[in-house]
Design a binder for this molecule. Structure first.
Ligand code: PLP
Length: 389
């Protein structure tokens, strides 16, 4: 059993699926747009045109990294707005009467679709999945075969348990039924390669703060030929798709962060996967009855950045995150709620997880180290040390 090192780090940050620290190189790229380049990109004068050029360069960078055309990229305030735009825009513009999703999607997808269902605009269907969260693609096909043209929203990777969905296979199925296919790629953008020429998606989304960029800025890729009505109306910015003066420094930071993420992707993947493997092995060795939610422990079936740990029932379960915080470990958690009485995790609940077990999500980035993994495991091992009777 390990003991906690007396030279514990100042703070161990394992909540990178919530948000990542800003890369200093990204900050450097943003700073001129917070100081000297303050023109409004819609202005026709020199200072305005200079800022407009920076936005269009950022658009070209993002498009190039996705193998898309610049006109297919629209900047948004983040992943939530992008998901909302895809759902509301598709259903309302194209007059779709059905939507298919999964109960494990992020609320940025689930809530808009549930709103559309509540208002009677669509009938909402959920794809079946097994106890580990693997989607039943046969059921997806059955649902599609039974409806007219449908909106499908199935995420690339789950933010809580890390499960990866096969979006290439889902795209092929959607294409066979002429469905409009949206994928929430917030957790995989900058961490996996996305080539829109290889995928059949109509939409993909990104959020800069999940790949060491700034908060409050994201984008949506919309396949050319598909035009859906805006969510935000006003001054016609972003090709009349998303009005509002652009978050210029955010957009510049997003493009820089994505460029760095894609440039270093292979090394980052190898480094963070090694940390995750170490985490799993050490937890198994040092914490009794530790389990992993969904497909989290499977390297090729889950995000290399996310490890969802299920801990045995214990008196400390309710205070687990607080105890980790006191020990200077930042992580997030949740549990399946009991009979809907408390607000638990809708994802763990959909999986049918035991509400008596606590879940901690450790999510890693290139800025984490082996020493931090060892420290977090030692903290958990101490918290879950069996009490002598
Ligand atoms: N979708 C997923 C899968 C996420 O993990 C998140 C953020 O946690 C979002 C959407 C929302 O993104 P944003 O924070 O940029 O609004």
């Amino acid at each position: 059993m390990s003991t906690i090192s007396p030279t514990a780090p100042a703070f161990v940050y394992f909540d990178n699926a919530a948000t990542t620290p800003l890369d200093p190189e990204v900050l450097e790229a943003m700073l001129p747009f917070l100081s000297q380049h303050y023109g409004n990109p819609s202005s026709l004068h020199g200072p305005g045109r200079q800022v407009r050029a920076a936005i269009e360069n950022a658009r070209k960078t993002v498009a190039h990294l996705l193998n898309a055309a610049p006109a297919e990229i629209i900047f948004t305030s983040g992943g939530t707005e992008a998901d909302n735009y895809a759902a509301f825009g598709s259903v309302r513009t194209l007059g779709l009467k059905h939507a298919i999703t999964s109960p494990m999607e992020h609320h940025a997808v689930l809530h808009p679709l549930q709103e559309l269902a509540k208002s009677g605009e669509i009938k909402l269907h959920y794809v079946k999945h097994d106890a580990q969260g693997t989607l039943d693609l046969g059921h997806l096909e059955e649902l599609l075969a039974a409806q007219s043209r449908t909106f499908v929203s199935l995420m690339h990777a789950n933010n809580e348990i890390g499960n990866l969905n096969d979006i290439a296979a889902i795209g092929d199925i959607c294409a066979r039924y002429d469905a409009v296919f949206h994928t929430d790629t917030v957790q995989t953008m900058g961490h996996y390669r996305h080539d829109v020429q290889q995928l059949k998606n109509h939409f993909l989304v990104g959020s800069a703060h999940k790949f060491h960029g700034p908060k409050g800025v994201g984008f949506i890729y919309t396949r050319s030929g598909l035009r859906v009505s805006p969510l935000i109306h006003g001054g016609s910015q972003e090709r009349n798709v998303r009005s509002g003066t652009e978050n210029v420094y955010g957009i510049v930071g997003l493009a820089k962060a994505l460029e760095i993420a894609v440039r270093d992707l292979a090394a980052h993947h190898a480094q963070v996967q090694a940390l995750k493997t170490r985490f799993i092995e050490k937890l198994r060795a040092e914490v009794e009855d530790v389990q992993f939610n969904g497909l989290s422990e499977h390297a090729d079936k889950s995000l290399y950045t996310v490890l969802s740990v299920s801990l045995p029932p214990s008196a400390i379960s309710e205070m687990l995150l607080f105890n980790l915080d006191i020990s200077k470990v930042a992580a997030s958690g949740g549990s399946a709620c009991t009979s809907g009485a408390q607000a638990g995790s809708h994802v763990l609940e959909a999986l049918g997880c035991d509400p008596g077990r606590a879940t901690v999500r450790f999510s890693m980035s290139k800025m984490n180290t082996e020493a931090e993994v060892d420290y977090a495991v030692a903290v958990l091992a101490k918290l879950y040390r069996p009490v002598a009777v």
